[in-house]
Design a protein around this ligand. Structure first.
Ligand code: NAD
Length: 304
């Protein structure tokens, strides 16, 4: 019977499906020495973002001689030393498309939230204030939506922005990226300069310099709104806060942070900022799709 660690949880339907296929599923969240012990006695491990699999974890798995497969239920595999794992003969997989629609919806939700002052209105109304005159918002329809990184999530965001009547411009560093009818491909500088709303949808590796720093923010239109639902570190948080404070940017929507679960409190407290705690993929539908993909990958990888 294959033994699989589900260290960061998995949708209940997927766990039940695995159990009915005879898989020994362990849904305990193990850390450090306990995780090393369990990795030595498992055939596969499924994680989300909470578990880090670095060299010591991979060495512990190799020592046990059983682990064949690491699955990241989600997109980014930046929490796995995947090159090292592969060099030791352990396959590393993810579920790239399962959460794109959910993340794209969150991008648009942040755009609406910032445009209509929802974060500030929610807080001040709970404090008993009726600040109607301060919350003169703007419509998304007719505005320019720029997208940096036109991969799965970028394209889903573009389709939704088009449906709202926005003009969609995008930049992607990959020449062969799939185009979406109705969207316009431009250089990064043009997208920065022309967007009323800018969504960042690129990958990021820890330690890499921010793609969007003070110079790029300065190129954006005065009053523009920046949304980052990709990875903390894609935008320089200090520069973003400075741009909001000096009145250049008109707002920001942020789901991901340079340091998680710690986060920049000053940025989160800014009245023109809409914040969420890395919940882009956290919907019932996305997690059900992730669960189904994980079951398929396990069946293929472990042959049951
Ligand atoms: P993807 O690989 O499908 O698309 C990424 C695109 O970015 C690619 O087309 C690539 O060519 C482009 N790109 C890479 N570097 C670039 C650069 N420097 N400039 C311009 N374009 C560049 O990935 P995806 O599934 O669309 O995911 C995008 C991001 O969203 C990733 O960082 C992922 O980790 C993140 N994500 C966040 C959540 C969340 O919960 N907030 C959930 C899922 C994914």
């Amino acid at each position: 019977m294959p033994r699989v660690l589900l260290n960061d949880g998995l949708a209940a339907d997927a766990v039940n499906a695995l159990k009915s296929l005879g898989v020994d599923c362990d849904t305990t969240h193990y850390e450090e020495a306990d995780l090393h012990r369990e990795l030595a006695a498992a055939d596969a491990i499924v994680i989300r973002s909470a578990t880090r699999l670095r060299d010591p974890e991979i060495d512990a798995a190799v020592a046990g001689g059983r682990l064949k497969l690491i699955i990241r239920g989600g997109v980014g595999i930046d929490n796995i030393n995947h090159e090292y794992a592969r060099s030791k003969g352990i396959e590393v997989r993810n579920t790239p498309g399962a959460s794109s629609a959910s993340v794209a919806e969150l991008v648009i939700a942040h755009m609406f939230a910032v445009s209509r002052f929802l974060p500030a209105a929610n807080v001040t109304m709970r404090q008993g204030q009726w600040n109607k005159k301060q919350y003169k918002g703007r419509e998304l329809g007719g505005a320019v939506c720029g997208i940096v990184g036109f991969g799965r999530i970028g394209r889903e965001t573009g389709r939704r922005a088009l449906a709202l009547g926005m003009q969609v411009l995008y930049y992607d560093s990959y020449e062969g990226v799939e185009h979406v009818e109705g969207c316009t491909r431009l250089s990064l500088t043009e997208v920065l300069e022309r967007s009323d709303y800018l969504s960042l949808n690129v990958p990021h590796a820890k330690g890499e310099p921010a793609l969007i720093g003070a110079a790029e923010l300065a190129r954006m239109k005065k009053g523009a709104v920046l949304v980052n639902c990709s990875r903390g570190g894609v935008v320089d948080e200090a520069a973003l806060l400075a741009s909001l404070e000096d009145g250049h940017l008109g707002g920001a929507g942020i789901d991901v942070y340079e340091n998680e679960p710690e986060y920049n409190q000053a940025l989160a407290a800014h009245p023109l900022v809409s914040v969420t705690p890395h919940i882009g993929a956290q919907t019932t539908q996305a997690q059900a799709r992730v669960g189904q993909e994980v079951v398929d990958i396990l069946r293929e990888g472990l042959g049951f």
